[in-house]
Design a protein around this ligand. Structure first.
Ligand code: ACO
Length: 271
């Protein structure tokens, strides 16, 4: 389905989300504090809906959590036969035949859409993490370009401890940031990484006192908004390519991007 308008407040609330857009900044708040901001399939498809319909004026997306916890990950009731009200249990319609596998593949792909768009070059995404970011919550933080952590933050890839794999786009950024060996250690022990260690491992760009999380994020947003939107998008696109390119490929990409920029600037100046 191609959505044309942002999800309604009611749709967002049913997905455990709130959305505020103020000029160039969209703030998505995980808001089921009574369940420590646990997420469901609907949370992720609604996140995808937000990504598809954000106004083009939005340059920064901040994701935070209501209350003391960023997110406790998937709503564990999704694994009970009853599931969560209004949602299909993660355990229904599972089968090893091709049709069941293909249906499950499509379901997970739709969930992954909720995470993928946060890497788009035209926006910078920031996770503001207070307290726990567990499982899907950690993967959501990993999907963002930048992570600002309160000093009480605890990151944990819990999936293997529950007999699962992390499948919400988190394994790639985790390995890119900490390397394969550390990623194996973190995932296969499912241990909690505190804020100080997260900074050491480069899983956090910034760690601040809990009372300063909002103001630190606001300062970062203001600094990011100081650059030209077009140059920011072109630069992010270049930086995203860099790990996969050889030096030769990357310098060609730099030249091409700069030619685009110079042409755009010349057009603006009327020369
Ligand atoms: N799903 C559903 N309900 C949850 C979840 C969850 N993931 N996490 C917490 N809750 C509920 C609790 O059951 C409790 O409900 P109750 O008040 O009806 O008893 C309420 O939220 C508060 O939870 P507490 O455990 O009391 O909160 P606390 O702040 O002490 O701990 C923490 C927070 C660390 C997040 C803990 O709740 C926890 O470990 N939750 C489970 C995490 C988990 O295993 N997530 C799945 C990861 S795998 C994945 O995401 C794919």
């Amino acid at each position: 389905m191609v959505e044309t308008a942002l999800p309604s407040k009611d749709d967002l609330a049913a997905a455990g989300l709130r959305l505020e857009i103020e000029d160039a900044v969209a703030t998505i708040t995980l808001s089921r504090p009574e369940r420590r901001n646990a997420m469901t399939g609907r949370t992720w498809t609604t996140l995808a809906h937000v990504g598809h319909t954000l106004p083009p004026s939005v340059r920064i997306v901040v994701i935070d959590g209501e209350g003391s916890t960023f997110s406790s990950g998937i709503d564990l009731a999704m694994f009970s036969p009853e599931g969560v009200e209004g949602e299909t249990s993660a355990l229904t319609n599972i089968g090893d035949d091709a049709e069941s596998r293909s249906a499950l593949d499509a379901t997970i792909a739709a969930y992954q859409e909720g995470f993928l768009w946060l890497r788009r070059p035209d926006i910078v995404s920031i996770a503001a993490v207070r307290g726990h970011a567990i499982g899907a919550g950690f993967q959501l933080a990993l999907s963002c370009d930048l992570r600002v952590l309160a000093d009480d933050a605890q990151l944990c890839m819990k999936e293997p401890a529950l007999g699962l794999v992390p499948d919400l786009t988190g394994t790639k950024p985790l390995v890119d940031i900490v390397g394969v060996s550390r990623a194996i250690e973190l995932c296969l022990t499912a241990r909690k990484v505190g804020a100080a260690e997260a900074r050491e491992l480069r899983l956090a760009e910034l760690v601040v006192d809990g009372s300063e999380l909002e103001s630190a994020v606001q300062d970062l947003v203001a600094a990011l908004l100081a650059t030209s939107p077009e140059a920011a998008a072109a630069t992010k696109e270049l930086l995203l390519q860099a790990p996969h390119n050889s030096l030769d490929e990357q310098i060609v990409a730099e030249r091409r991007a700069q030619a685009d920029r110079l042409n755009a600037l010349a057009r603006q100046l009327g020369v």
